[in-house]
Ligand binder design. Sequence first.
Ligand SMILES: Cc1ncc(COP(=O)(O)O)c(C=O)c1O
Length: 388
Amino acid sequence: MTRFAPLRQPLMAGARGCWYTDVQGRQHLDLLAGCWCTILGHAHPVFTRRVRRQAGRFVHAGTGYLSPEVHQGVEAFLSILPGDYRVALLNTGSEAMDLAIRVARAATGRRAVISVERGYYGATAEMLALTGTAGAHPLGYRLPVPDCSRCEHSLPACGLGCTEPPDPLCGVAAVVCEPILASGGMVVPPPGYLPRLETLARSREALLVVNEVTTGGGRTGRWFAHQDQGVSPDLVVVGKAFGNGFPAAALLVRDEVEDRARRAGLTHVQSHGFDPFTGFLVATVIELVREEGLLARAGEVGRELKDRLDKLAERFPVRNVRGDGLLLAFDVPEPGFSAVARRLEELGVVVGAQPVHSTFRLLPALVLGEVEIAVFAGALEDSLSRLP
Ligand SMILES: Cc1ncc(COP(=O)(O)O)c(C=O)c1O
């Protein structure tokens, strides 16, 4: 095993729906859909059957060859994101974000990128450089985190000052943002935040890149979390959910922006770009989400789960219950946080514990049901009621 492998116990032997089974046969409730990916649930029967069939038919094609599956994947994206977009089918969110920045730079002829403190954009060296604390960074500038719950200013008097970089900053290619900063502690920006970033991008003649790697795919009850916020991104980056556990990601670019980047000589070639299997995955996930009414379900079940958390917050030190659909989080201040995290693990409940923010994140599969909510609420109540 490589030294980079994460050392998490126990060893998992398999998974179905919202449940892992470990090698001892014990069940663990997965409230993170793996790494926020398996929105249809693990081993979804129809998805699995189709994957088997596709694996025996066509998985990979050489660079430059397209296939009906690729057209189906692209058409499926265009059916959920109306507008003049073109689609690049890729493998990971990091790759898609990286390409978004390269496209923005080629199209604008500029280099600087405005990102957001505690934003997360991927694991490549350049994307990691965008992440960090507010202020200057090697590629441009980071805006302060839009976390009203921990901010010394208050709305509306603050005038969303967190969307204003210093004036001398010039040569801006892109403003990048997430509708909800899931990795950064599940920060839900205040109303009007995304439109302000769009205004910022337009005023600097930069492009607006909306990173929907976590928020896209239906988790919020909408295909994309920016869709009801009155913004028109130039580039939209997606991943995770669209592969339901397989690597699938995409960059959706306005056609006029892609034309400019292409004229500037931009190319992007890698072994698995536009693979038939990626097209198949995207088209199949979108079809099954539609067929099973999972957008509506994410909204409804998300409200139910949030209600349960709000009720627990009336009796226990549960703070700042927040999120959208099945993208939820809550805080438990220390010393309670560590004890609750330990107890949930003992009880076989997998949540995203983030000690640095005292935050627990919940990003389950959209097929989460009443049984799972009851098991989770029971385990959380048990953990909280043991606190001194
Ligand atoms: C918002 C966001 N962007 C980009 C990425 C990187 O995606 P991947 O891990 O598929 O490379 C992630 C992964 O967690 C993410 O949450």
